[in-house]
Structure formats: structure tokens, C-alpha cells
Design a protein around this ligand. Structure first.
Ligand SMILES: Nc1nc2c(ncn2[C@@H]2O[C@H](COP(=O)(O)OP(=O)(O)OP(=O)(O)O)[C@@H](O)[C@H]2O)c(=O)[nH]1
Ligand SMILES: [Mg+2]
Ligand SMILES: [Zn+2]
Length: 384
């Protein structure tokens, strides 16, 4: 992959105030309302580059000559911060960029074709970032994988895209979904882990469980065995004491991973421990319950020393899974084993007569907790 050449030294052009832009953007800078918040910028391109040329795969869209493929490391209203080789650039969307209707226009990890603006070519050294624009984003490459953002199941934040199945993407092109959990502060939530495993598979990522805060407590052995029964790898660590970090770092080397989990489990603290200089904001005071404010409000991308990428994401309260009820069984390997023996082909394993899954759960052949987790998710699907 030549998208991100390994960095030897520090990037020459660092964004100084992009974090501020970020905070001003609050949370959903590029979500369902992206069509509104992303104002295409009219830029003057050098006359020589004014001839539209067709890019591979985009036959009838005119586009300007690309200066290369960059990776999105952060978003702000109207644009993105991208890394192109050694440089971090502030980019706006080209007028010819067509945001897709059914998914987030841009997400962290997206690979985009960028054209540098003239100023970038003329004076290499920019000292002020406030009005800075280094280039325009011409197009986005198709995503190989995506972490789709959990949709709140209730309340005012349900948007106008509900009926159209708008897929909010938090991070794109990641290999691994690191499901971060803690046993205390906040309490262990195995059901949330089950759901994240489904989200990982649906998003074409490998799920890996990371139990953080082992300085406080470790999960019950039996529960752990259940969680990893589908062959899912589990790591134990403490971002605070550093225990287990070496092994984790080795596993993450040269891979692209996105961290997800409940708020307060220590995602940002972990990235700070793994990436020198990441300097992410973390919750200051130890929280008494898990209802505290979410500290991270937007996804950001960070480079692991020696190769590899880590994406920090905002914590979730709940995680909805969107799919047909019939499909759900296939995400529970323990159930799949028995489902073909059910009397009815379309058995939901809830109340049907001669259901092999219910029988197996009653006989203890399927872990009760997993069966209940299946039921709980099914309920949220079928009541929609
Ligand atoms: N004891 C202990 N505390 C930790 C550990 N890792 C993180 N913390 C603390 O847990 C709190 C929450 O950490 P954050 O990194 O902000 O959690 P987060 O998952 O990024 O939270 P959101 O951004 O809200 O999703 C902070 O006060 C950390 O200092 C750990 O391994 N052990
Ligand atoms: Mg955080
Ligand atoms: Zn059944």
C-alpha cells in the first residue's frame, strides 16, 4: 500500500489548529446532514489543470488532475484533514465531488484523490492555519470496510434518512475492530461486545476484544470463554500501568485498527499510550457511573510508530444492529449449529414448536447468555 509511506521523521507541515476546528464542529460534522454542511469550495486551479479528465471508474464525471491519493485523518465542517505522503493538508470538497446519498460523504480512513491548490505549490511554508486551504478533495475511493455508526434507537436524533437506510460511517478501510471494554468503571457489558462482533463482521473487519483496566478487575473466566468461543482473540491490558501493552502493540503493528466501545473504557487513553504525541483528550476525573459526558466527540486517525494506523472513536451508549431478523442467526455460530434442525425454515427460535435452538439452550448446549443476547437483539430488530 503506497497510500501512507512510513514516516521517518516528523511531518514537515503539521496542522496547528485543526483540533480547535474540530471542537467547534462538535460531533456530527459529516453525517446525515453532510449534504448541507459540506459546501463545495470554488477554487482557482492553474489553467493547465482546467481540462477535465476522466478518472478510472468515473466515466462521465469531470474531474481535475489529481496530485495523489491521501488518507482522511480527521473531519471539520466543510472539509477534511488528509495526509498525503509526509504532509498533513487541510482540504475542502471540490465542486465536482458528489456526496453519496446513502452514506457518509467522508469518514476517517477514507482514501481520497486530492488536488493541491496553487498556494500550496507556490509557498510551501504556511504559518497560519485559520484560513488555510491546501487542496481540494476530488473523489473518494470505494470503501473496503466500514465501521457503521450506531444509530440511537430512540429520541430526537433520528433523522430524516431513517426510511432510506442511511449508513453512517465512522471509520473506513480498517482491518480490525478493536472492541474495548472494562470490567469496572464502567461495568462490563457482554451484550455490547456481542453486538460489536456483529457490526465488525458486517463491516468486513476482524473483531478483536481488548479488556482494558485490568488493574481494577478482570472478567469472569466462564464469561470470557463464551465471548471468545467464536475464535475471537482477547487481549488484556491496562493503559494506566502499561501491562499487556507490548503484546497489544505487536498485534496492531502494520494493521489498520479502529477502537470502539462504551464511553470511558479508555480508548483514547490506550491510543495515547501506544502513539507518542497523540495527545488525545481523556476524561479527567474517575467517573462514578457510566453516565458521564462522552469525552471524544469525533473520530481521528493516528499512526503507530513503526507502521500501522489507529482510529479513536466516540464512545457509545447503545448499539443498534440493522438487519433482517432471519439473518441474525448467522451471526451466532452457536445457534447456527442447531438452526437447520428446527421444524420451520423461518424459525426465529423464540416460541416455535420443535425449535432445535430452544431445545439446545434448555439442555445447556448453547450458553444461556448468548441465547438471551440473540433474543434481545432480535427484539430490537422486529419491533422497528
Ligand atoms: N484504572 C485505570 N483507569 C484507566 C485505564 N485506562 C483509562 N483509564 C481512565 O479511564 C477514564 C476514561 O478514559 P478515556 O480514555 O477518556 O475513555 P474513552 O473510552 O476514550 O471515553 P470516550 O472518549 O468518552 O468514549 C480516564 O480517567 C482514564 O484515566 C486503565 O487501564 N486503568
Ligand atoms: Mg475517548
Ligand atoms: Zn428454531
Amino acid at each position: 500500500m503506497s497510500v501512507m509511506p512510513r514516516r521517518k521523521g516528523k511531518s514537515q507541515r503539521r496542522i496547528k489548529d485543526w483540533e480547535r476546528r474540530f471542537r467547534e464542529a462538535e460531533t456530527d460534522s459529516l453525517d446525515a446532514d453532510s449534504a448541507e454542511t459540506l459546501q463545495p469550495l470554488r477554487v482557482k486551479l492553474p489553467a493547465s489543470r482546467n481540462q477535465p479528465i476522466a478518472e478510472a471508474g468515473e466515466t462521465d464525471e469531470p474531474s481535475y488532475e489529481s496530485d495523489g491519493i491521501a488518507i482522511v485523518t480527521g473531519l471539520f465542517p466543510g472539509g477534511a484533514i488528509v495526509r498525503l505522503g509526509e504532509d498533513e493538508l487541510l482540504c475542502r470538497l471540490a465542486g465536482t465531488f458528489r456526496p453519496p446519498k446513502d452514506t457518509t460523504a467522508l469518514a476517517v480512513g477514507d482514501e481520497v484523490s486530492v488536488a493541491l491548490t496553487e498556494a500550496q505549490h507556490v509557498s510551501g511554508d504556511m504559518t497560519t492555519d485559520s484560513q488555510r486551504t491546501d487542496g481540494v478533495i476530488l473523489s473518494r475511493r470505494p470503501r473496503r470496510s466500514a465501521l457503521a455508526r450506531p444509530q440511537p434507537t430512540s429520541g430526537k436524533r433520528r433523522g430524516r434518512y431513517d426510511d432510506e437506510m442511511f449508513v453512517k460511517v465512522v471509520a473506513a478501510n480498517m482491518d480490525t475492530l478493536l472492541i474495548i471494554a472494562s470490567v469496572r468503571q464502567p461495568a462490563f457489558r457482554p451484550g455490547l461486545i456481542d453486538r460489536f462482533c456483529i457490526v465488525a463482521e458486517r463491516g468486513e473487519m476482524k473483531p478483536v476484544i481488548v479488556i482494558n483496566k485490568i488493574d481494577l478487575d478482570k472478567p469472569d473466566k466462564k464469561l470470557l470463554k463464551e465471548l471468545s468461543s467464536g475464535g475471537i482473540e482477547v487481549f488484556f491490558c491496562s493503559a494506566e500501568t502499561g501491562k499487556g501493552l507490548r503484546k497489544l502493540r505487536k498485534a496492531l503493528q502494520d494493521k489498520r485498527s479502529v477502537l470502539a466501545g462504551a464511553s470511558g473504557v479508555g480508548k483514547s487513553t490506550l491510543i495515547n499510550a501506544l502513539v507518542p504525541g497523540a495527545d488525545l483528550a481523556v476524561r479527567e476525573i474517575r467517573m462514578k457511573d457510566q453516565r458521564g459526558r462522552h469525552v471524544t466527540s469525533a473520530a481521528t486517525l493516528h499512526e503507530l510508530p513503526g507502521g500501522g494506523l489507529l482510529v479513536d472513536t466516540p464512545g457509545v451508549r447503545e448499539l443498534a444492529v440493522e438487519m433482517d431478523a432471519a439473518e441474525l442467526t448467522w451471526y451466532f455460530p452457536e445457534l447456527v449449529e442447531f438452526a437447520p434442525k428446527c421444524k420451520f425454515n423461518d424459525c426465529t427460535h423464540t416460541h416455535e414448536p420443535d425449535c432445535a435452538v430452544i431445545a439446545a439452550a434448555e439442555a445447556g448446549k448453547i450458553p444461556l447468555r448468548r441465547y438471551q443476547s440473540y433474543l434481545r437483539i432480535l427484539e430490537t430488530i422486529s419491533t422497528k
